[in-house]
Design a protein around this ligand. Structure first.
Ligand code: ADP
Ligand code: MG
Length: 368
């Protein structure tokens, strides 16, 4: 196993108009770590992974695997194994032959090949299908064979590019667990690309959030969730997404945030007020996650940050998403299933003061 280090790694695709797909990524992946690259489609995830794999040249910067700089080292000499979204299995070969193929090419002794394939098959629960061809397998089994092919090579680093995207939702959850278990079992360095923030949160020791070829934040899942560095990360991680409200910080009978439309009015005190004190009189974006919004019936004698009319009720079974508007401000609350107001009903929203996020409208960076 090995660590992987990216120093200012850049990718420029030459074409009629040169296109910077990856703008100088700095990332140190520890030996045995599971790192997930996540971001919207086109943000440069696959390009970054393919540069690590050696399938794409590096335009600038330095890439090391272990202590070796590998910028100029061809893919097959990097000792990595990659699992793709489309599996890329050989259709005319059996499961056994698919898994054994790379080892045969390397002229490993027959006994060793057999031992490794059997081991991998056991880890992945494929013992019963080693004689079948890919056509005779379910989607989940094909995916396992693709992973098995990587395992038998005992690589320094595993790379995964959206390996679960072709599976249905239930199978995806199951395979996610299997990949987690595999990581624990093998203790291998793994780099995993996905556009799915739930996959990122559940799999990664650390997550790299990318947008438009730039690293937005590198952190543990919970640190990303609790302290997103900017509005992009705050909005990308979490579902339903964080509420964002455009407004101003006013010094009006104490410090308060008021939305542009006036529909949201949040008195601030304590640490929050101290952290924001220097910005009184300036525009601000307030962020609050749906689970940090309490909902009361109007008329209950409680503090209120916004009076809203319910536009949409989404009962999920174990919880309910309530979407409401307070003048021009749209807000989503995530509440226990007991509370089921009707569409059109007026309710009062109250935000958990300890869970407010503030962003600078200019830089979009987190404040405080
Ligand atoms: P992701 O995997 O995050 O969806 P990619 O890394 O595939 O994104 O692509 C990043 C950007 O680089 C996109 O704008 C894409 O159109 C562009 N791109 C990818 N591959 C090539 C290529 N071979 N030639 C030119 N541009 C490319
Ligand atoms: Mg991709």
């Amino acid at each position: 196993m090995a660590r992987v280090t990216l120093e200012k790694v850049r990718k420029i695709y030459d074409g009629q108009r040169p296109h910077v797909a990856v703008h100088g990524v700095d990332l140190e992946i520890a030996d045995g770590e599971f790192v997930v690259l996540v971001g919207p489609s086109g943000c440069g995830k696959s390009t970054t992974l393919r540069m690590i794999a050696g399938l794409e040249s590096i335009s600038d910067g330095r890439l090391s695997i272990g202590d070796r700089v590998v910028n100029q080292v061809p893919a097959k000499e990097r000792d990595i194994a990659m699992v793709f979204q489309n599996y890329a299995l050989y259709p005319h070969m059996t499961v056994f032959e698919n898994m054994a193929f790379a080892l045969k090419m390397r002229r490993l002794p027959k006994g060793e090949i057999e031992k490794r394939v059997k081991e991998a098959a056991q880890i992945l629960g494929l013992q019963g299908v080693l004689d079948r061809t890919p056509r005779q397998l379910s989607g989940g089994q094909r995916q396992r064979v693709a992973v098995g092919r990587a395992i038998v090579r005992k690589p320094q680093v595993f790379l995964f590019d959206e390996p679960l995207s072709n599976l249905d939702a239930k199978l995806r959850v199951q395979m996610r667990r299997e990949i987690s278990r595999l990581h624990q079992q093998l203790g291998a360095t793994m780099v995993y690309v996905t556009h799915d923030q739930v996959e990122a949160m559940t799999l990664g020791d650390r997550i790299v959030v990318l947008n438009e070829g730039k690293v937005q934040q590198i952190d543990t899942p919970l640190a990303l969730y609790d302290r997103p560095k900017n509005k992009f990360v705050a909005g990308f991680i979490g579902s339903p997404a964080m509420n964002f409200i455009d407004g101003n910080l006013l010094n009006d009978d104490g410090l308060r945030f008021r939305s542009k439309s006036g529909g949201v009015d949040v008195p601030l005190s304590g640490n929050t007020a101290r952290a924001l004190a220097g910005r009184a009189g300036t525009p601000l974006i307030l962020g609050v996650r749906p689970e940090d919004v309490r909902v009361w019936s109007v008329g209950e004698d409680k503090a209120v940050d916004a009076r809203a009319r319910i536009d949409l009720v989404e009962p999920m079974g174990n919880e309910i998403f309530l979407h409401g508007s307070a003048d021009a401000d749209e807000l989503t609350a995530r509440v226990a299933p007991q509370t089921l107001p009707a569409v059109g009903e007026d309710v009062a929203f109250l935000f958990d003061r300890a869970k407010l996020h503030f962003f600078d409208p200019e830089s979009q960076e987190r404040i405080g």
